[in-house]
Design a protein around this ligand. Sequence first.
Ligand SMILES: Cc1cc2nc3c(=O)[nH]c(=O)nc-3n(C[C@H](O)[C@H](O)[C@H](O)COP(=O)(O)O)c2cc1C
Length: 223
Amino acid sequence: MTTILYITANPKKEEDSNSLRVGRALVESIRQLDSQADIVEIDVYKQPIPLIDSHFLNARSRLAAGKSVAELQPEEQAVVRNVFQWTDQFIAADAYVFAYPLWNFGIPPMLKAYVDTIKIARKTFRYTPEGPVGLLSGKKAVLIQSSGDIYSEGPLKEFEHGSRYLKSVLWCGVHRGDSHARHGQRRRHGRSQPAEGADGSRAHRPQTVRCLSRRRRREAADV
Ligand SMILES: Cc1cc2nc3c(=O)[nH]c(=O)nc-3n(C[C@H](O)[C@H](O)[C@H](O)COP(=O)(O)O)c2cc1C
């Protein structure tokens, strides 16, 4: 059975959010294509995603020095176990759908907090003399990002640190070439336009989005 994590980062109601509505359309389509798929939803604005604190930093140093979790101080063990439950859930999944808005050129802060739980040395990547190496392979991710302005081209191109950042983070082995974005909501002046890939190219729609029925594709593009 395929396990898919649907990770959302938006305090808005789904019906009020472009990214969440596109995300929901995609997840429903996946369900139709694979009724056996286990789709686990993680709303990082509702789940108790831990923030990195001094106990975690101390624990991180001790683990890097060769200590086991059982050898850590009780408060360090607690925070490590808390963080690692999110890491382990991420590792156990086969694919990921991220849906979030672009905020101040970047991802929402709770999504960054979630990222800090999945980028863990010796779990999702490891350091080698040649540099860091990803430990997750054979997994895929779709990024659904909604923004007010257009970043695929023009003067704002260099300011897009949302999907670009997440793609870098997913370097730990996840195939993140599949990305999907809703750009330029402010520039639409109420006019509906087809969805674009993160690079602005309609030819680079993610595989999963290409699998949508024509009706679903229209719905996804019209929100
Ligand atoms: C706090 C905040 C910061 C934002 N920063 C940007 C930004 O830097 N660039 C941009 O293009 N749009 C920005 N926007 C606009 C949203 O990205 C845009 O409205 C998007 O469509 C929201 O997606 P949603 O409908 O899924 O919430 C910002 C919106 C908010 C609330």
